[in-house]
Design a protein around this ligand. Structure first.
Ligand code: URA
Length: 267
């Protein structure tokens, strides 16, 4: 079943659907936009208007822990099938003891977008694919609202490949043990934009533990790739009003992707 863009926005909770009003004097302020998004009866701006009101942040460059600046590890030379095999057999941290299987990721191996979540849950542990539960349904709706779908221009991975028992947040040491795999995935995938979903992904990639609210809305870079931070879909399921902020973040990411993909002018 393929859902329409409107159905996807309904699924994301950004409803009623974006209504274009004639003679609209000016775009609403961000605060107003958030207020109407939280209030189902109110009318909300069109997505294009929403694009216009996304805050323009000052670019923030964060030094990435580049492979070139540290001693080489065996993972640095793996091709994709070798990496997949090594992840499947990994025993680098205690998470391997209770997993059913390691979950490498899913999607297009030549993606524009790379979404990075936290770690597999119970359903992902069984299926061997990230984001297949409720949070995954919302993630799929978020992707569809951008006119993309898992497997097509998108790759989805996690900060850790094995399920933390009881779906707890992965510990820093577990994310550190898994980092070489994610780092190699990014190097092989070469996405044009990276979206970090939630605090664990931010910790794993940016090594930053500040609040999501303070981190989102800014452009970061990882190894020269533009990167944005947004809320984890599981958090959004519990905090519906913040879906509007996640939508802003996705529009911002799409704008960075388009900028990154635009041909350079010859001057
Ligand atoms: N949450 C995540 O962060 N990743 C998954 O794969 C599933 C749920």
């Amino acid at each position: 079943m393929s859902l329409s863009r409107e159905q996807m926005l309904v699924e994301m909770g950004i409803t009623p659907i974006w209504v274009l009003r004639d003679n609209e004097p000016s775009a609403p302020a961000v605060e107003e936009y958030e207020a109407v998004a939280a209030e189902p009866e109110a009318r909300v701006p069109t997505p294009e208007k929403a694009t216009a009101i996304v805050q323009e942040p000052a670019p923030v460059a964060r030094p990435a822990p580049a492979a070139a600046l540290r001693p080489m590890t065996p993972v640095d030379n793996l091709n994709w099938p070798e990496l997949a095999k090594q992840v499947a057999e990994c025993r680098a941290c205690p998470l391997c003891e209770q997993r059913k299987q390691a979950v490498l990721g899913v999607g297009d191996l030549n993606p524009d977008w790379l979404f990075i979540g936290e770690g597999p849950g119970a359903e992902e542990d069984v299926k061997g694919e990230p984001f297949v539960g409720q949070a995954g349904k919302l993630l799929d709706a978020m992707l569809a609202s951008l006119d993309i779908a898992r497997g097509n221009r998108v790759y989805i991975a996690n900060a850790v490949k094995c399920r933390p028992p009881g779906n707890r947040t992965p510990e820093a040491a577990e994310m550190a043990a898994c980092w070489p795999y994610l780092e190699r995935q990014i190097a092989l995938l070469k996405p044009k934009i990276i979206v970090l979903l939630g605090k664990a992904a931010v910790h794993a990639v940016l090594h930053d533990d500040k609040s999501l609210a303070s981190l989102r809305g800014k452009r970061y870079e990882y190894a020269g790739i533009p990167l944005v931070v947004t809320y984890h879909p599981a958090y959004l399921l519990r905090n519906l009003p913040d879906k509007a902020k996640a939508w802003e973040d996705l529009l911002f990411a799409r704008r960075l992707l388009r900028e990154a993909s635009a041909p350079e002018l010859p001057f």
